[in-house]
Design a protein around this ligand. Sequence first.
Ligand SMILES: NC(=O)c1ccc[n+]([C@@H]2O[C@H](COP(=O)([O-])OP(=O)(O)OC[C@H]3O[C@@H](n4cnc5c(N)ncnc54)[C@H](OP(=O)(O)O)[C@@H]3O)[C@@H](O)[C@H]2O)c1
Length: 247
Amino acid sequence: MKRILIIGGTSGIGWAVAQQYLEQGHQVIVSGREPGKIPQPYPPRLSSIACDICQRDQLEALFASQAEQSLDLVLIAAGFYFRDRFHPLDGATTCRMLQTNVLGLDLALTLASEHMLRQGFGHLAAIASVAGLLRDYPGASLYSATKKAVLQLCETYRIALRPFGIHVTTLVPGYVNTAKLRELNEQDVSRKPFILSEQDAAMRILRAIDQHKNMLVFPRRMHWLIRLLNCLPAAALKLRRQESVRK
Ligand SMILES: NC(=O)c1ccc[n+]([C@@H]2O[C@H](COP(=O)([O-])OP(=O)(O)OC[C@H]3O[C@@H](n4cnc5c(N)ncnc54)[C@H](OP(=O)(O)O)[C@@H]3O)[C@@H](O)[C@H]2O)c1
């Protein structure tokens, strides 16, 4: 039985992953700002800890609470995104996005690495997004930039931790049909290309981690679409951007 910590495991993709690990018989600790969102009663071997990854002291307390026990896997699924057309970017939003998606994630990777270096083994994983692979993501450049940072940070930790036998897997999903995505799209996600259910996304994530993949971009068709879009000449990208602003 493995001990697995999922940061950002109280809903969406993180919670779907937690459920699949529980079904496999592992012990799972989920954290988020609102663990009360998790349906009661808790299944056996599940525990939760409240933690805002934007708050250094809370993240440190989370890892301190695990100091006496081993962690086989730490998955960082916490992330902040919004629908930019309806949510103007202001200083507070920018700050929150950078703190959640970049600074919080980086601190979580640091603290998890320290824990795993002390115990001498472990596996780290983090959820980025295909938005971080796109050369130009119309109208969502800040989110896209934070996810590019996730890709880069994971690569950096992967190289640094490899000599110590600690592996890092970067998970790069396209659209996943979570309550959050539905909420941001007036409950209509029918036009999101190649959208996956939470369960399907979680299954792919578990498999990639199990296979010690460096990076998984999924679904494959979305990866091809991104590659195609990245090949478009600058003029076509400009048109796409203008179209997105008009919508
Ligand atoms: N859904 C998609 O289509 C999609 C596509 C590509 C990438 N992603 C990425 O996948 C991840 C999960 O997305 P999702 O759709 O599953 O969203 P979600 O349901 O909103 O899940 C986000 C999780 O992160 C936690 N979280 C958010 N801010 C936090 C903070 N400051 N501190 C601690 N935990 C925090 C939330 O818990 P609390 O509310 O309890 O804090 C929740 O457990 C995100 O990183 C997102 O960027 C999603």
